[in-house]
Every structure is written in structure tokens, then in C-alpha cells.
Design a protein around this ligand. Structure first.
Ligand code: ACM
Length: 777
């Protein structure tokens, strides 16, 4: 039943204002639209809505009938799965359809990926020039049918209005690193499906690495026979089941064809990346003649930048051409990435043969030699009608790339200067700045934050990514062809972790890639997040609730009393809490000002959206006599004051523990610790196998006082008075988390004191990580 507006004029103004903010839009009392990415133009009407319920008919008409039919079938299936609504696709000519897909190459729609949706008394009509546009329209229809506050299985009212939509950029990508950790074909298909629901359209698939060559190349069988297996180092042993069982995995030709086919059905191009001439240690392990030294390295078990580079000679170029010929057979994508990042030149510099090659070519340095090598490879792709893609590293080094090469710019920390250089040199550029769009970076300082490198890349940072480098002219800006999120998997052992890293930051990426210039509106985005998170939940996506998770800040408020401040990263939603340990509900007390709590209390809090959707799982803080004199490792600072790394320890009792630490320096700071009268300390810690390759050169070694080393607690500074020494003898043999305790010689009456905790010994022998330090009196 339609509800009528009382004052069309006032409502129109309200709608226009809301539309301009990019927020959830609808006239009051009508169900709102909550679309993500924000469409180019969304104009909900002031009145009127259509009802869609069980039995509603979906009709497809126009060109490409079969393809459209399968788009409609998938929409119907998705609605059944996620919503419990049962629609059906009609036979041609059915009357009174609720949803119509009409593809007409002459339709008045902005581009081939665009679509027009009208919602009126005739139902929902999606018009597009191509099935691709109709597919994106179908995603929007699914979003219209899953508005804020929808209830499973109940009919939906869709507010009347018009949506005219098309993407801002042609390249809306996720990079998936299958080299460091391998994902199953089923998981990759799952990721592709979910990506397509955010209107992303490129999977940049990184299939070769130092730690594993993952693509079957029949002409060079050892690439996968040898190069796809590494010794099970560190946590690999958990994945393989035993340290004696190597970590192996590769994709067969049939696997690739299946992934490419599945992706094409969802309008996702799979762009393969064969990373050259660095990140090639696994290839050289398979065929040592590909390297410079003639020696056979092991497939790498460390992370970081390996020194093993391909040898820039004719035989290697032939190998690369052969590999690329197979890649071009398997991947129909116009684009093929040849990498070019992080090519450490130490082996080239040390090789008389490579030096001679450089001089023979009249080149001034090894970066120019890399430029020459990559140009040869790019030429082979260009000859075959493909467009080469590569990283921006050579531009950083001052070497040139072939003009037609697409540059993926990850050195965003240089104020997008490298991307600007690429534009000025005439390249098409994909923006993938590491500090905001590398989704392997962790997302917060929460105690339960997952593993990843620093610095954190928050949802807000992803959203605020600069997509047009400062200083680019409007002509240059046209050569920004898109955006890409990076899923580098050194610290991502499982697909669950991939999901957690991608979602919901992918929503920010989707908006950067799809929504028009000027549409950026953080508050509007936040208002549309609850409905999007609800969709993730119905799809079964293990998304991160980090941005909305309650953060507890606890300070002393007199004897046996605490002041507790609650917040969340995005300052959004209503935080509700309980003090009896029960799960907060949408009726629990809402937080509005700092709490004063006394005695022993179990505080539990979470965040709710206006429609009652729980935006984050509840988190707990126990308040008792130990609270202020204990500290979780994630709440300690690193001694360099840099953001910590987050590293996984072993899995114990089904749960994985993640630690905050500085790679190569076992040193933590607790600023202003209230340690008056403490007499005893318990540390919980774990020793993590060193896997950090080239980070080793920065390792800091504190001298040991005994063979096994020790934890030391110093007051005031790391060279200040030693107040506790906790020998590791007895702990070094322990597996997983260990408990180390000892006396503390804290002078009485000191009040608060800065503390520095160090572990003696060499972190490269295994780095100690601190889960918690707990004092007692
Ligand atoms: C990269 O992050 N090495 C491209």
C-alpha cells in the first residue's frame, strides 16, 4: 500500500538534501534506499512504493536473452538465499512483471556498464545497453530489496523513483596474492562473486612469488613440481599438519579456466600477474639457469624482498615469452601484469655477466637494465594484442616503462608523486596506495585486531584515498583508470582472514571506483553501511566489525572505582552496554557520557544502527583490582613509537592469538604505569619463529644475562633501573603461550612510572611476543 505525502514540496526538498549528502534516501515514512556504491544519480520519489513479495515475476526482454536470463536467475537465487523471498523468472511475454530487465543496445544509458532503473506503478524496470549493465542493475535491485531494517521472508516496499547509474572508473580491482598463501578454487570463486556484488570488475591475480609459483605451465613442469612447494616454516606446519610436510599448491589449467569462466559470468576480468624480474625465487628454485648465480635456492620461506632475480639474458626472455604464451592462452583478459616491483639488484650488481650486458646495451645503471628487460617482455604482450601492466617501482628508480604499460601505483606514501610522474609520462594509472588500499594492513588497535603489517589502514583511510594525484591536469586525470585494493597474504593464512581484510573496506573501494567525482561523503557512506553489513551477513561473509567495535578506555576514579569511556573508530551508531556480563540488546542502556563504576564489574558493550542492526559483536571489559595494573600487549607502545606489526602466534585450543610487536626489536613501553606498591608480575608471551627475511638487517639484539635470555622490566626508560628480570629458562622449550612470573623490585611510593620491557637475545632466533603483563600487589 502506498503512503501519500502530505507536503510534496517539503519532502522533495528533504530528498534533494539527503541525495546531495549521499545518505540513505527516502521520503519520511517510505522505506529508504540504501545503495552502495552510491549511484551516479539516485532520485527517490516523494511518494509511492511497489510491493515485492513471494511469487513476484521477473521478466527479461530484448537482446542477449540467454545471458539476461541467467542474470535474472542469479538475482532470484540470491533473493531466495539472502532474503527468503521466492520470485520466479517468467517466460517471455508474461504480463504484470514486478521486475523487468530490458537490454537494448540503443538505450539512453551513459555507458556499457551503466543502467537505468525506474520504480513506479509498473514495477521495477532495469534498462541497459548490455547484459553487463543489466547485471549491475540487478545488484542494485537486490540492494533495493534489502533496505535498512528488512525482515527475512517478508515482502519489501520499494520506494518509487529513478536511478541513472554508470561507473566512474573502468578498473575496480582486488589484487589477490596466491603466492604467499594459497586459496582454493572454491574460495577464489566466492571472492569473485562477492566482489561483483560491490560492482568490482577486475581480479588482479598474483600467481607467482618467491614463496611459491602457483600456475601450471606444461612446458616447464618443474615450476609447479618444485616451485609450488616450500618447506613448512612457522605457521605453515599448522596448515600442512606437520613440519615435515611441505606447503604446496598450484592451479591447473582446468582450475584457471574454471575461475576465468566463473568470473566472466559476473563481469569480472581475471588479470594474471607473473611478477618479474624479482619475486622470482621459486622460479629459480625450479630452474637455476633462470638466475644469475647458477645456484639453486630453496623456495623462500621468509617474507620480505628476496635478492634472487631473473637473469636478464636471451634464454630467460625465451622462458618468459613461453610462460606468457601459456598465460595468454588461459586468460582472455586484455591486460597481463608483469610486475616489476621490489627488484633488489644486489645479484645483478655482483655479476660480471650482467654488468657486461648493461654496458653492451649502453645503459647507465641496473634500473635502466630492468627497464630494458621489462620493455622486451612488454613488447611480446603488445605484439599479441595485450596491454602490459606493472608496478610503479621503476618510475621511483627513475627508469622508463613502455608507454602503453598500465602503471599500478602503490607508492602513495610519496604524496602520489609517483602516480603523477606516471601520468606525466603518458601512462594509464591504477591507484593502489599502500597506506590506504593495501587491505593486508590491519585496521585498528583493538586487542582482538587480526594480524597484518603496520601502519593500520582504517575504513576511513580507505574511503579518503586520493584517487587523482595532486597537481594532475584534467587531461592527465583522465588517465587514472581505476582503483585497486591489495590482498597480500603473508599474514593471511586462511580465507577467513581474506574475508576479514576485504570486507567492509571493499565498500570504500567500491565507492572510490564507481561513484561519481564529488560524491564522496563519509557521513552518507556511514549511514549506508548498516544495510550493507546486513547484506554481508546474509551472504555469510566474515567481515570485520572493527570500525564499529566498542573501545574501552579505563582510568582510575578514586579507590576501587573506574571511569570508563566508550567509543568506536568511526564515532557512529549507538553504543549500548550491560554491567552483568549479559549481551547488550537494542534495549540496553545507551552510552552517552563516561561511566563511573565500582567494585568488580563485567562490562559488555556493542554498537547498534538506527534500525536495530548490531554493527559489532559485543566486547567485554572486566573491571577489578587487576584492571589498572595489567596491560594487554596491544595497548603497549613499541620502543620506536612506530605502529606495531600484528603477528599471529600458534593456534591454541582452537583460538589463534595475535600479538603487537616491532619486527626485529623485542621492546615495549607502558607510559605512566600505576605501579605503586606492586610486588609481582606475570607475563604471558609466545616465541614466534622468525620469517622476516630482509627485515633482519634492522634487528636489535639486547645482551643476554643467561643462556636462554630473559624478559627485563626497566623503570623510566629502557636503560633505567632494572625492576624485574624474568629468566626464560624453562619457557624456551614451551610451545605456544607461556607464563613467566617473578618478583618486582619497585620502590614503594613511586606512584606512576614509565616502564620499558625488553627481551634479551636475538629476535632472529625466534621473536618473543608479549600477550599481557599483569602486576599484583
Ligand atoms: C608491492 O606491494 N610490492 C607491489
Amino acid at each position: 500500500m502506498n503512503r501519500r505525502a502530505t507536503s510534496a514540496m517539503v519532502l522533495c526538498l528533504a530528498v534533494v538534501w539527503l541525495a546531495a549528502t549521499g545518505a540513505v534516501v527516502a521520503a519520511p515514512s517510505l522505506p529508504s534506499w540504501s545503495l552502495l556504491p552510491q549511484p551516479a544519480k539516485a532520485s527517490p520519489a516523494a511518494s509511492g512504493a511497489v510491493d515485492i513479495g513471494d511469487g513476484a515475476v521477473v521478466l527479461v526482454k530484448g537482446a542477449d536473452h540467454q545471458e539476461l536470463q541467467s542474470i535474472a536467475n542469479r538475482l532470484v537465487q540470491r533473493l531466495a538465499d539472502t532474503h527468503g523471498l521466492h520470485l520466479h523468472v517468467a517466460t517471455p511475454g508474461a504480463s504484470h512483471p514486478s521486475i523487468t530487465f530490458d537490454v537494448n543496445p540503443g538505450a539512453n544509458v551513459a555507458d556499457d556498464s551503466g543502467y537505468l532503473i525506474t520504480v513506479d506503478d509498473g514495477g521495477i524496470v532495469v534498462t541497459a545497453r548490455t547484459p553487463r549493465g543489466a547485471f549491475y542493475g540487478s545488484v542494485t535491485v537486490w540492494q533495493l530489496l534489502t533496505p535498512p531494517g528488512w525482515t527475512r521472508g517478508t515482502p519489501v516496499k520499494v520506494t518509487h523513483g529513478v536511478i541513472e547509474d554508470h561507473p566512474r572508473f573502468a578498473w575496480r580491482a582486488i589484487l589477490l596474492d596466491s603466492g604467499r598463501h594459497f586459496q582454493s578454487v572454491a574460495d577464489i570463486k566466492q571472492l569473485i562473486d562477492w566482489m561483483s556484488l560491490s560492482k568490482l570488475n577486475v581480479l588482479l591475480w598474483h600467481v607467482t612469488e618467491d614463496q611459491g609459483w602457483r600456475l601450471e605451465i606444461p612446458k616447464y613442469p618443474d615450476l609447479t613440481k618444485i616451485g609450488a612447494c616450500r618447506e613448512a616454516a612457522g605457521l605453515d606446519a599448522e596448515l600442512t599438519g606437520s613440519a615435515d610436510k611441505p606447503y604446496c599448491g598450484f592451479y591447473t589449467e582446468a582450475d584457471v579456466r574454471e575461475i576465468v569462466r566463473y568470473a566472466a559470468e559476473r563481469y569480472v576480468d581475471v588479470v594474471p600477474e607473473i611478477d618479474l624480474p624479482g619475486h622470482s625465487q621459486a622460479a629459480i628454485a625450479a630452474y637455476p639457469w633462470l638466475g644469475v648465480t647458477g645456484k639453486r635456492p630453496a623456495v623462500w620461506t621468509s617474507w620480505g624482498v628476496s635478492p634472487w632475480l631473473l637473469k636478464p639474458d636471451e634464454k630467460t626472455l625465451q622462458f618468459v615469452d613461453d610462460v606468457l604464451d601459456e598465460v595468454m592462452r588461459l586468460f582472455p583478459s586484455r591486460y597481463v601484469s608483469i610486475g616489476g616491483d621490489e627488484a633488489d639488484k644486489q645479484q645483478w650488481n655482483a655479476s660480471p655477466e650482467v654488468q657486461a650486458k648493461m654496458h653492451k646495451l649502453g645503459l647507465a645503471n641496473m634500473d635502466q637494465l630492468q627497464g630494458w628487460f621489462m620493455t622486451q617482455i612488454a613488447g611480446h604482450l603488445i605484439e599479441h594484442g595485450r596491454t602490459p601492466v606493472g608496478w610503479d617501482d621503476e618510475l621511483v628508480a627513475g627508469a622508463a616503462l613502455p608507454k602503453s604499460q598500465v602503471v599500478m601505483s602503490w607508492h602513495g606514501d610519496d604524496n602520489e608523486r609517483v602516480a603523477l610522474t606516471a601520468l606525466q609520462q603518458g601512462h594509464d594509472v591504477v591507484m593502489t596506495p599502500q597506506e590506504s588500499l593495501y587491505f593486508d594492513h590491519y585496521q585498528s588497535a583493538l586487542p582482538d585486531e587480526w594480524a597484518g603489517p603496520p601502519p593500520p589502514a582504517t575504513l576511513r583511510q580507505a574511503y579518503d584515498t586520493i584517487v587523482i594525484p595532486k597537481g594532475a591536469s584534467s587531461a592527465e586525470a583522465k588517465h587514472i583508470i581505476g582503483v585497486q585494493g591489495g590482498l597480500w597474504t603473508e599474514q593471511m593464512l586462511t580465507f577467513a582472514h581474506d574475508e576479514h581484510a576485504v570486507f567492509p573496506r571493499v565498500a570504500a573501494l567500491a565507492e572510490l571506483g564507481w561513484s561519481p567525482t564529488g560524491a564522496s561523503n563519509w557521513n552518507g557512506f556511514l549511514q549506508r553501511m548498516p544495510a550493507e553489513l546486513a547484506r554481508y551477513r546474509t551472504l555469510g561473509i566474515g567481515y570485520a566489525d572493527t570500525a564499529f567495535a566498542p573501545v574501552f578506555q579505563v582510568t582510575a576514579a578514586g579507590h576501587d572505582a573506574f571511569k570508563v569511556e566508550l567509543s568506536n573508530q568511526v564515532a557512529s551508531g549507538t553504543i549500548r552496554y550491560t554491567t552483568d556480563g549479559s549481551d547488550p540488546t537494542n534495549q540496553s542502556t545507551s552510552y552517552s557520557r563516561p561511566l563511573q563504576l565500582t567494585g568488580k564489574t563485567t562490562l559488555r558493550a556493542t554498537t547498534f544502527a538506527p534500525d536495530g542492526f548490531e554493527l559489532a559483536a559485543p566486547r567485554t571489559k572486566i573491571l577489578d583490582e587487576t584492571t589498572l595494573i595489567s596491560r594487554d600487549g596491544s595497548a603497549l607502545a613499541t620502543c620506536s613509537h612506530q605502529a606495531p606489526f600484528r603477528l599471529d602466534g600458534g593456534k591454541a585450543a582452537g583460538a589463534r592469538r595475535t600479538y603487537s610487536l616491532e619486527l626485529g626489536h623485542m621492546c615495549w613501553l607502558w607510559v605512566r604505569a600505576p605501579v605503586d606498591g606492586v610486588k609481582h608480575v606475570v607475563l604471558t608471551a609466545e616465541r614466534i619463529p622468525w620469517r622476516d627475511g630482509d627485515e633482519a638487517k634492522n634487528a636489535v639484539v639486547h645482551p643476554k644475562a643467561s643462556a636462554a635470555g630473559e624478559f627485563e622490566i626497566h623503570a623510566d626508560s629502557c636503560t633505567g633501573p632494572l625492576v624485574a628480570r624474568l629468566p626464560l629458562e624453562g619457557a624456551v622449550q614451551g610451545k605456544g603461550q607461556v607464563r613467566i612470573e617473578g618478583k618486582v623490585a619497585m620502590p614503594a611510593g613511586v606512584g606512576v612510572r614509565d616502564l620499558c620491557v625488553i627481551t634479551t637475545g636475538d629476535p632472529r632466533d625466534g621473536q618473543w611476543a608479549l600477550a599481557q603483563m599483569a602486576f599484583s600487589k
